[in-house]
Design a protein around this ligand. Structure first.
Ligand code: ADP
Ligand code: MG
Ligand code: MG
Length: 498
């Protein structure tokens, strides 16, 4: 017999109980074979509704495996969810202003680029196109701000983990996760729970941003270019963007290429138009290019430079990419800095409340203090390099090793230190492909991270569209440091608002 645990019943009894013991038994006990049937049905539902990914173990362009997901959605305070949703336009704006402030970007990154080759390459590319004069004034940000809950005296409050400005994924899979949980509740006859799952239109919103940018480009024969990795594991998430663009704008063509193919096949015309397969590109949407692994040789860097030089609207352009570095996040948290960009005091106060401690590690007195703090108590921190895509941060003893090894070296400036957020632990069942009954039916301790999507379309400083468009949630075992779904530890989840 499997007793499906429910994180919600006790909340009805006492709202605060979730902070103490988030699980109670639901009055639903399933026989083992019923539970197995249910899980298989949910997996089939998921893969048949676009919840798939390529298998890392047996990669094939012709097959998909089901995405991992939680059986139950995770409890999330409605007020904190609303807070994250309503602050997104201000965060979009902040990112836009930061991306257009050369002096600020330089001051944030000048020490880092001395020691971090990848960030240096990005920065040099930025300086090159800046000195030549940007060919396109229009910018498009498709952003995702990630949050975890942190316990404070009177309850749990959201804290920002990071802001993603490039390849912000799960606009589609975020929707699928909520729908898996809707289907689960429907199958269990728990129709009253459906209203606790918030509506999510992330994909539609993100794609409408791309389409609006294409319309501004104002050339009906032009196309959208999506830059992908050589092997796209997250192919469903990416493809559904294409399908949604086709749904909203049937006449608009989308081309997918990796940077190597762009180096070989694309051209920049005399008038700085980016030409791919004989078509003028209106919008370049990067789902790759955020890690050194995507630049196999100089060719991929020259492809990126060609794109940045072109008149195409880039999502993101190189300045937005740099505005998403951890170093910029850390600099914004220093006193007065955020307030330089966000003049509205209410907005800046609300944003600042979501920041957790962030510290520079440069070779100076403040850096020394931060290093000492981390060496004294590494469990309290996360050590982060300027990388994206998960799996790059250091924790616990690894922080000590790293900092000890570069104690007196400029290499410290490649990293930032961040207070570790301690989200509430909930119990859930993690359903993964090719897993046996025992694993499917074992209750695990998990923590979740909420991502809020935003789009911002600007012509120079003129903001044309600035919206929050949807959300995604991922959960991971408490024993895992990082929860990237494709890195292997994270699973899709959705918020259950109380
Ligand atoms: P990336 O850009 O590679 O996604 P993140 O800053 O999001 O980098 O870190 C990756 C993961 O590490 C996050 O999804 C989260 O699980 C964990 N993490 C990052 N920062 C913190 C933090 N301050 N406290 C707790 N966990 C964190
Ligand atoms: Mg990131
Ligand atoms: Mg992240």
């Amino acid at each position: 017999m499997v007793h499906i645990k429910d994180s919600y019943l006790n909340i009805l009894v006492c709202k605060m109980a979730v902070y103490l013991n988030p699980c109670l038994s639901l009055p639903i006990n399933l026989a083992e074979n019923e539970f197995e049937d249910l899980i298989q049905k949910l997996k089939d539902w998921t893969i048949m509704h676009g919840g798939g990914m390529r298998s890392k173990k047996q990669y094939s362009n012709d097959s998909l495996t089901v995405v991992p997901f939680t059986l139950l959605p995770s409890v999330f305070p409605r007020s904190e969810f609303q807070k994250a949703v309503s602050i997104q336009p201000a965060l979009n704006e902040l990112t836009h202003y930061v991306s257009n402030d050369h002096a600020f970007l330089y001051s944030c990154l000048e020490k880092t680029i001395e020691v971090d080759e990848f960030t240096r390459n990005l920065f040099n590319l930025y300086e090159t196109v800046r000195s030549e004069g940007f060919a396109q004034r229009i910018s498009l940000g498709m952003l995702r701000s990630d949050f975890m809950q942190e316990k404070e005296a009177s309850g749990y409050y959201i804290k920002q983990v990071e802001m993603n400005t490039i390849a912000s994924g799960f606009g589609w899979l975020g929707i699928v996760s909520g729908d898996i949980h809707r289907f689960f509740f429907q199958q269990m006859g728990l129709l009253d729970k459906l209203k606790m799952l918030p509506e999510n239109k992330a994909l539609q919103g993100l794609c409408s941003g791309i389409i609006k940018a294409w319309e501004l480009f104002n050339d009906k024969d032009s196309v959208i270019l999506i830059i992908i990795e050589n092997q796209s594991m997250n192919v469903c998430d990416q493809r559904f963007h294409e399908f949604e663009i086709a749904r909203q704008k049937p006449e608009l063509n989308v081309i997918r290429k990796n940077l190597t193919q762009i180096a070989n096949e694309a051209k920049l015309s005399d008038t700085k138009d980016l030409i791919v397969q004989g078509k003028k590109v209106a919008v370049v949407y990067f789902r790759a290019g955020y890690t050194p692994d995507h630049y196999h040789s100089e060719a991929e860097w020259s492809a990126r430079l060609m794109i940045e030089r072109s008149k195409a609207i880039k999502c993101p352009n190189i300045q937005y990419h740099l505005a998403g570095t951890k170093k910029v996040q850390q600099a914004l948290a220093t006193p007065g800095m955020l307030e330089r960009f966000i003049k509205d005091t209410k907005k800046s106060t609300d944003i600042r409340k979501m920041f957790t401690g962030l510290y520079a590690l440069d070779l100076n007195e403040d850096g020394d203090k931060a290093v000492k703090m981390a060496l004294d108590c590494p469990e309290r921190f996360v050590l982060k390099p300027q990388r994206e895509g998960g799996g790059n941060n250091l924790y616990g003893e690894d922080i000590r090793h790293k900092l000890t090894s570069c104690m007196n070296s400029k290499e410290r400036s490649a990293w930032i230190l961040m207070d570790k957020i301690n989200p509430p632990v909930q119990q859930n069942y993690l359903i993964r492909p090719n897993q046996d009954f025992k694993k499917n039916s074992s209750l695990c301790d998990v923590v979740s991270e909420l991502g809020i999507f935003g789009i911002i379309l600007c012509d120079g400083d003129n903001i044309l569209i600035n919206e929050q468009v949807g959300h995604m949630m991922r959960s991971k075992l408490t024993s895992c440091n990082e929860g990237g779904v494709h890195a292997g530890d994270g699973v899709l989840d959705s918020p259950f608002l109380i």
